[in-house]
Design a binder for this molecule. Structure first.
Ligand SMILES: CC(C)C[C@H](CC(=O)NO)C(=O)N[C@H]1Cc2cn(c3ccccc23)CCCCCCNC1=O
Ligand SMILES: [Zn+2]
Length: 164
């Protein structure tokens, strides 16, 4: 469930599930990259993510092309790479990757997924190119993806990570 206290946010552990995969890389690689991209946000918040295999997980991940059952069809190669829905029931949190992209070292799945999961957690775009939530794909330092702004915005929604 998620708290609907004003800003949309998740209240506790969220589970993610991958439905359709891309043929560009091994499913285990996709699993690893998706898990790592979720942990980018988990490491800076009290949120933890559990892999689920049910079709009603909070964050459903799918690789799809063109018209795929929501009101935002993809546009073929290049152009828009992916999109995600903010916290909520049903399609809330779901994340779609355009499988007309070549998901290997070309368009980096880890970088794009980290951006999309920012939306899935309730963050919107930033006009600061340093921010992971900048709306245009850029090569980034994978070891330090979150800008100060990203962490501040995340902490506004979920509080700080409590030291264990
Ligand atoms: C941030 C990213 C991971 C997710 C965003 C979408 C998004 O915000 N999802 O949450 C994205 O795909 N942005 C486009 C924006 C964009 C750039 N161009 C476009 C040409 C046509 C349509 C869109 C674009 C110019 C040509 C380059 C096309 C390839 C790269 N595409 C982009 O950077
Ligand atoms: Zn975006």
């Amino acid at each position: 469930e998620y708290s609907d206290q004003g800003s949309k946010r998740w209240t506790k552990t969220r589970c993610s599930s991958i439905g359709r995969y891309t043929s560009d890389m091994a499913p285990s690689t996709v699993d690893h990259l998706i898990g790592s991209a979720l942990n980018v946000w988990g490491s800076a918040s009290p949120l933890t993510f559990v892999r689920s295999f049910s079709h009603n997980a909070d964050i459903m991940v799918d690789f799809v092309t063109r018209e795929h059952g929501d009101s935002y069809p993809f546009d073929g190669p290049q152009g828009t790479l992916a999109h995600a829905y903010g916290p909520g029931t049903g399609i809330g949190g779901d994340t779609h990757f355009d499988d007309d992209e070549v998901w290997t070292t070309g368009i980096n799945l880890y970088l794009v997924a980290a951006h999309e999961f920012g939306h899935a957690l309730g963050l919107s775009h930033s006009n600061n190119p340093e921010s992971l939530m900048y709306p245009t794909y850029m090569k980034r330092n994978q070891h330090n993806l979150l800008s100060r702004e990203d962490i501040l915005n995340l902490n506004m929604l979920y509080g700080r990570r409590t030291k264990i």
